[in-house]
Design a protein around this ligand. Structure first.
Ligand code: UDX
Length: 440
């Protein structure tokens, strides 16, 4: 089928590339000229393992192309995915201006029946708004074309996006139109044949499934993080608590790793957005609101713990290992490292920081602290002259670090392992004054 994907962020680009891998002829459209010029040269705007190879393969096969020309993209497609950003407004609710701009463009260029697919995470009822906007523009043009707006939320994780798109746990499709559903089945033909579970539902339920899933995962993380704070006080081990909890099939062991708090482009934004949706409809989403404040508290607690154990951080040097909100991404959006570094600097610390992929973005996100932060080439350089190291993100390369070597280059020997990467290593406690999370 001929498909257009509007928006070449994480969701849109991965979706476009994978749809071309499924055999469709895909045009990825974005208003950002530089992004499109780069994509045409094979330069990707994001770091996502495995994506470049599949992209190049499908460009060579002439199934994938990139353009800034929305008219051409719309005219030549039967299915149009909207995968533009829905950034938070000042109150935390999702800002729909880019989604509605897409709807307007689609209305202006519609030339026959098409399926419009909302891939962006959007508040319940956005499908209706998109439909109305397209109708309005068609009315102005004085033309009548049939179209359907479908909700098809994306569940991909950064760093694992290619696999998540090729082998999703489920595909959710929300539409009341059988014609649109048949077309969506053709779009996901490969997955349908491979017995991927499909959920066919109405549009509003589909829109809500995405928020309900992300908010639940955020609650799960905040829950275990709060357990971890208590476990440290009572002398219990959170990793073992989580393991035993997870043996109960109703709970599952996934997403029960305690740490410095969740970050990224989805959980912080989507939890706030669903609380706002609740307010709009007169429902207090108190469990999710508590998960949000527990996450803020968690980051603060990490700062307090470092300050307490080091008897203050004023004029001390702290080496931060890992800056991104998780490994295998260059994304720094809402990374806990940002708040934790700020908290340490406010208390007088000097920071040395190393991250395999996050430094470029960290430099501009933390540019106001440039007198207090030195970015390093690797973990060894980061440890040089530091009083403490703080492992913030569990990049694989940190698992195999030579701990003795790091210690020998440090001024003092504090090691705050905020991801419990070395908590099972007997040596670590001999080399360092070692502080994991949620255990002693
Ligand atoms: C998430 C959802 O998993 C995905 O389905 C959705 O489409 C987008 O949001 P992503 O943001 O890429 O994906 O990252 P994810 O792997 O879910 O991790 C989010 C944050 O939670 C990270 O900061 C991570 O470190 C943290 N986390 C995750 C924990 O602290 N503990 C855990 O057990 C799991």
């Amino acid at each position: 089928m001929n498909v257009t994907v509007i928006g070449t962020g994480y969701v849109g680009l991965v979706q476009g590339v994978i749809l071309s891998e499924f055999g469709h002829k895909v045009i990825c459209m974005d208003i950002d000229k530089t992004k499109i010029e780069n994509l045409n040269k094979g330069i990707l705007p994001i770091y996502e393992p495995g994506l470049k190879d599949i992209l190049e393969h499908n460009v060579n096969e002439k199934r994938l192309s990139f353009t800034t020309d929305i008219k051409e993209a719309i005219l030549n497609s039967e299915v149009i995915f909207i995968a533009v950003g829905t950034p938070p407004s000042d109150d935390g609710s999702a800002d729909l201006k880019y989604v509605l701009e897409c709807a307007k463009n689609i209305g202006e260029n519609l030339n026959g029946y098409k399926v419009i697919v909302n891939k962006s995470t959007v508040p319940v009822g956005t499908g209706d708004l998109v439909e109305k906007e397209i109708e309005k523009v068609l009315g102005k043009r004085g033309v009548k074309f049939k179209f359907d707006v479908v909700s098809n939320p994306e569940f991909l994780r950064e760093g694992k996006a290619v696999n998540d798109c090729l082998r999703p746990d489920r595909v959710v499709i929300g539409s009341e139109s059988t014609k649109a559903l048949d077309i969506m089945k053709k779009i996901y033909d490969v997955l349908y044949i491979n017995k991927t579970p499909f959920v066919f539902t109405n549009r509003r339920t589909s829109e809500m499934i995405k928020y309900a899933s992300n908010a639940f995962l955020a609650v799960k993380i905040s829950y275990i993080n709060e357990m971890a704070l208590l476990a440290e006080k009572v002398g219990a081990n959170t990793q073992e608590i989580a393991q035993a909890m997870g043996m109960d099939g109703r709970i599952s062991p996934k997403f029960l790793h305690c740490g410095p708090g969740y970050g990224g482009s989805c959980f912080p934004k989507d939890t706030k957005a669903i609380v706002e949706i609740g307010k709009e409809y007169g429902e207090n989403m108190s469990v999710i609101a508590a998960a949000i404040s527990a996450n803020e508290k968690q980051k603060q607690k990490m700062v307090e713990k470092i300050i307490k154990e080091m008897s203050g951080v004023s004029r001390k040097t702290i080496g931060i290992l890992g800056l991104t909100f998780k490994p295998e991404t260059d994304d720094m959006r809402d990374a806990p490292s940002i708040d934790i570094i700020r908290g340490l600097v406010i208390n007088g610390a000097k920071i040395k920081a190393y991250c395999p992929k996050g430094i470029e973005e960290a430099k501009w996100r933390l540019k106001d602290l440039n007198r207090d932060i030195e970015f390093c080439e690797n973990e060894v350089e980061c440890s040089k002259g530091s009083d403490a190291i703080v492992l913030m993100t569990e990049w694989n390369q940190f698992r195999g670090m030579d701990l003795e070597e790091l210690k020998n280059r440090m001024k003092d020997n504090f090691y705050f392992d905020l991801r419990n990467v070395h908590s099972k290593d007997d040596n670590v406690r001999k080399i360092f004054r070692y502080f994991p999370v949620g255990q002693c």
